[in-house]
Design a binder for this molecule. Structure first.
Ligand code: SAH
Length: 238
């Protein structure tokens, strides 16, 4: 099978522009899945774009599906997120050096918050080459103060209060942003030994105004993700 790069987005808005001009594929295998898949060429490479829906289980399902059916060389998760670090503002770009599931909590049995029993590490590391190239791609689109690298935290919660945000910071003081899919995609990718990267554009600051900010800024902050993906594909071609 030819090499391809998979891009997974949770919401239709996150994959709309990227999937334009690609072919929509009929469902393969277990057909009951609501998993739109688009395939085509982008700057000399085969790209497969998948819309997984919101949350860790949807994200995990889509990731395993795409690995089983398309054998991607890389998996990129592209989408929006709420800023957690005070330095991260709406419209900024966060590239995950690593990710963790902040809502995983079996501390009663002696684990730290986020630790998943049975795994050697519950912090999933991005592919360093993909991260470096994406940094380079991002530098052509945004000033350096709007690009951040660091820990991305994921959970099945829309973070929209100072209390929720503070709780995340108490357990994960290095967290840059919070979203609902990335670390699940990272866990499944890692389990299958497929390199991955999470890239997120900030739609809100995970505080009391997050619901309104999310609605207001969602469509404004997505295009930068697509521009960076285009530039990354051009770099990967060289
Ligand atoms: N409006 C959607 C639900 C969006 S949930 C619907 O009705 O179906 C928020 C989505 O954006 C998730 O995919 C998550 O990854 C991301 N996100 C953006 N801001 C977030 C925040 N503050 N907390 C958690 N996830 C956030």
């Amino acid at each position: 099978m030819e090499d391809c790069i998979a891009v997974i987005g949770a919401m239709d808005e996150e994959i709309a522009a990227l999937s334009e001009g690609l072919d929509r594929l009929p469902p393969k295998g277990s057909s009951g899945l609501d998993l739109p898949i688009f395939k085509g060429r982008l700057h000399g490479q085969t790209i497969v774009v998948v819309r997984c829906r919101v949350g860790k289980v949807h994200a995990a399902l889509a990731t395993q599906y795409v690995i089983d059916h398309f054998h991607p060389t890389f998996i990129i998760n592209s989408g929006v997120a709420g800023g957690i670090s005070p330095n991260v503002r709406i419209g900024d770009l966060v590239l995950g050096t690593s990710s963790v599931q902040h809502d995983f909590d079996v501390r009663y049995f002696g684990y730290t918050r986020g630790a998943i029993p049975g795994l050697e590490s519950s912090i999933f590391t991005a592919d360093p080459r993909l991260l470096g190239l994406t940094m380079q791609a991002a530098a052509s689109e945004l000033s350096s103060d709007r690009i951040h690298q660091g820990l991305i935290v994921s959970g099945d919660q829309f973070i929209s209060s100072q209390e929720q945000k503070q709780e995340i910071l108490n357990f994960f003081p290095d967290a840059m942003c919070a979203e609902m899919e990335g670390a699940a995609i990272a866990q499944v990718s890692s389990a299958n030994k497929v390199p991955h990267l999470i890239m997120r554009s900030i739609s809100d600051q995970a505080d009391n105004t997050a619901p309104q900010d999310f609605d207001q800024f969602l469509l404004d902050v997505i295009p930068v993700l697509n521009r960076v993906i285009h530039r990354l594909f051009i770099l990967l071609q060289d």
